[in-house]
Design a protein around this ligand. Structure first.
Ligand SMILES: *Cc1c(COP(=O)(O)O)cnc(C)c1O
Length: 472
């Protein structure tokens, strides 16, 4: 890990890059304006105590930075498809916004594929990865011309049969696990020796199998690896990509022609949850790739990327009203409406997923005052439902708002139905150019009628009726 430390040092010295010319500060300013406007416009209030907000300007900026970062390091004319990992923020309007910004989509389930299609993403700009694709899913993807990365030999054999019966325009590849090791979060480390994803490249006979698989299938033209998400150091991510590139080179050499013409390097750029500074940046990662795997970027290969969290996380804020402010055992506790249902990872694994909390007063203005160590609790009925514990903030009072920052990916769009708590509404926002903020509904808040319907409301008597014949 010595090299990793060096890389971090390198990153830290690059102050212009770190602060992105002050865009972190701009983003924070837009966020404060949006919270205030949400209160003023009634999106947030006593009757609507929880919302998700998405910074449209910020999302566009991140997409532009991603494109620019790879344009800077690739040979002119290199085809690069940035396929947004839909699982990070599975919302149709977000996918449409990213489509407008030139991005495609990486999907991993029938639901995600349907979202991408609803957003109008072209099949050729959609990539299907998932470790458990059914024959029906594979058939649909091949019929539509969606790119597919086969996870394992059994899946490849299914694709073989389908390719024999009906030719497809789909770009096809195999996902490999370069087994370069894990990061700080075990659950998100996909390149460990025993990861469930892809063909484990260093296992006995695996590399030879992959080489043969390509030699026997002229239609296999891509190679895919995704080394992990949040918690993976840049150097390890680059090592996973380098390992994949070396395999592509070996395969093309053995076959005697550039059959693999595109390498899918996955996503996984970590997000800084500790401040408003974007770190690491797409530009830094692209430069690390340039240094570690120059051959990948010299124009012989097209590229696919699959970033999720790094595109959306910092552009989302979940804001919750403080319903009650109390004290227990000498510690102030703000009981809010945001807990395990919108911040599941943080509540269940607070050590791995700490969130920053910002305090706003009842009018949505940033709260001033001395910091007081307090707990910010959610509404769910278990003691561990805390957004933050022992957190220093201006003392939250009844009617104030607590905002969980950087929650635009894998948080409020990933509702967890504990206590039948409703999915909050999500609103996108932009400055209106006249000192105000305008909002657009991205997703309506779930109603209690919908909760009943989704909880078997149409089958009230299903179980009592089932019981009757036995009682008779
Ligand atoms: C989750 C996932 C991604 C996106 O990861 P991020 O950390 O959100 O960038 C990309 N590719 C695959 C195959 C994934 O499973």
């Amino acid at each position: 890990m010595g090299e990793d430390t060096d890389l971090t040092g390198d990153v830290v010295s690059d102050t212009h890059e770190r602060h992105g010319s002050g865009t972190g500060g701009e983003r924070a300013a837009r966020r404060d304006e949006a919270v205030r406007a949400a209160v003023e416009q009634g999106l947030l209030g006593p009757g609507s105590p929880l919302v998700g907000l998405l910074d449209v300007t910020g999302i566009r900026e991140s997409a532009a930075r991603l494109r620019a970062a790879f344009e800077e390091v690739t040979a002119p004319g290199t085809p690069v498809l940035h396929a947004f990992a839909v699982k990070a923020t599975p919302l149709v309007p977000v996918l449409r916004l990213l489509r407008e910004e030139g991005l495609g989509a990486e999907v991993a389930s029938p639901g995600e594929l349907a979202l991408a299609r609803a957003a109008g993403l072209a099949p050729a700009r959609t990539v299907l990865d998932s470790p458990a694709k059914t024959p029906a899913e594979l058939r649909e993807a091949l019929a539509l011309g969606i790119a597919v990365n086969a996870d394992n030999p059994q899946e490849l054999h299914r694709i073989d049969a389908m390719m024999r019966s009906a030719p497809s325009r789909s770009r096809l590849g195999i996902r490999v696990n370069p087994q370069v090791g894990g990061g700080s979060i075990e659950a998100l480390s996909t390149a460990t020796a025993t990861s469930k994803f892809g063909v484990a490249l260093r296992d006995e006979g695996a590399r030879a199998w992959v080489v043969r698989a390509y030699a026997e299938r002229p239609w296999l033209s891509r190679l895919h690896a995704h080394t992990g998400s949040q918690g993976i150091p840049l150097a390890l991510m680059a090592e996973g990509v380098a390992e994949t590139y070396r395999l592509a080179e070996e395969i093309n050499r053995r076959i005697g022609r550039p059959q693999i013409d595109t390498i899918d390097i996955g996503g996984g750029l970590p997000v800084n949850f500790a401040s408003d500074e974007t770190a690491p940046t797409f530009a830094e990662y692209a430069r690390v790739l340039k240094r570690t795997v120059p051959g990948l970027l010299d124009g012989r290969y097209g590229l696919v990327t699959e970033f999720g969290r790094s595109l959306l996380a910092e552009h989302g804020t979940v804001v919750a009203r403080v319903e009650y402010a109390k004290s227990a055992g000498g510690r102030p506790v703000a009981v809010t409406h945001a807990g395990v249902q919108v911040a599941t990872r943080t509540v269940y694994a607070p050590g791995a997923w700490p969130l920053r909390i910002a305090a706003y007063d009842g009018k949505g203005r940033r709260k001033e005052g001395p910091e007081v160590v307090q707990d910010v609790a959610g509404p769910a009925c278990f003691a561990g439902d805390l957004l933050a514990r022992g957190y220093p903030l201006p003392l939250l009072a009844q009617g104030d708002y607590a905002a969980a920052l950087d929650t635009g990916a894998y948080y409020f769009a990933h509702h967890y139905a504990y206590n039948s708590l409703a999915r909050p509404g999500i609103h996108g926002f932009v400055r209106d150019g006249a000192g105000g903020v305008v909002f657009a509904t991205v997703r309506e808040a779930q109603t209690v009628e919908e909760i009943v319907a989704e909880s078997g409301g149409a089958h009230t008597d299903a179980l009592t009726i089932l019981d009757a014949p036995r009682r008779r």
